[in-house]
Design a protein around this ligand. Structure first.
Ligand SMILES: [Fe+2]
Length: 203
């Protein structure tokens, strides 16, 4: 994108068909929700530009302020879904390397302890995201809870593994109280190579 007025285009993940424990129907519905965020980001950017133009740069317009407040929510809704779909693949196609396991476990080689912590974060009450985040200033990884889409991100942290735990991510396949089963299925479908590539390339 060269300009805020140039539209984002929704991405597509046809290779995700056939995930274990996450149905194609859930994915189809989820892709539709993702496209709503892309649409809203574009709409907000257009409306913000119109609002600025109408105010002639005075910057004290309430509509302008509310549009700006909404932008982080929609942007994160768009980008986090892209990370989430990118870091999945049908089962049997990916395994974590020893290097990635060591990085995730903070050099302790206790991958299972990292995994337990990530699962615990994903099971927290509320709707949001569990993210294994790399702090590029220290090289350490922490599992963070993101409330909704926009609350809890740390400036400069790089998402390594992103898991959607909004109810729409699993409720067509599981009961509302069965988030744990969905998380178990998610772990069967992780694209570990994609996660490892994020260790060196900001996502
Ligand atoms: Fe979602």
């Amino acid at each position: 994108m060269n300009s805020l007025l140039e539209s984002y285009q929704p991405r597509h993940w046809p290779s995700l068909s056939g995930l274990k424990g996450i149905s194609d129907h859930t994915l189809t519905v989820h892709f539709g929700l993702y496209e709503g965020y892309v649409k809203n980001v574009n709409l907000l950017n257009e409306q913000i530009a119109e609002s600025k133009s109408a105010q002639n740069g005075k910057g004290d317009d309430l509509r302008f302020s509310e549009l700006k407040r909404r932008l982080g929510y929609e942007y994160n809704g768009m980008r986090l879904h892209e990370h989430y779909f990118d870091n999945m693949t049908p089962p049997g196609k990916s395994t974590p390397s020893s290097k990635l396991k060591e990085r995730l476990s903070d050099g302790t080689s206790d991958f299972e302890a990292w995994k337990s912590d990530f699962i615990k974060v994903g099971g927290m009450r509320g709707v949001g995201w569990a993210i294994a985040y790399l702090d590029p200033t220290t090289g350490r990884i922490s599992n963070n809870w993101i409330e909704s889409h926009a609350i809890g991100h740390v400036t400069g942290f790089v998402p390594i593994l992103v898991m959607d735990v909004w109810e729409h991510a699993f409720m067509l396949d599981y009961a509302p109280a069965e988030r744990g089963k969905y998380i178990e299925a998610f772990f069967e479908n992780i694209n570990w190579e994609m996660c490892e590539s994020r260790l060196v390339t900001p996502a």
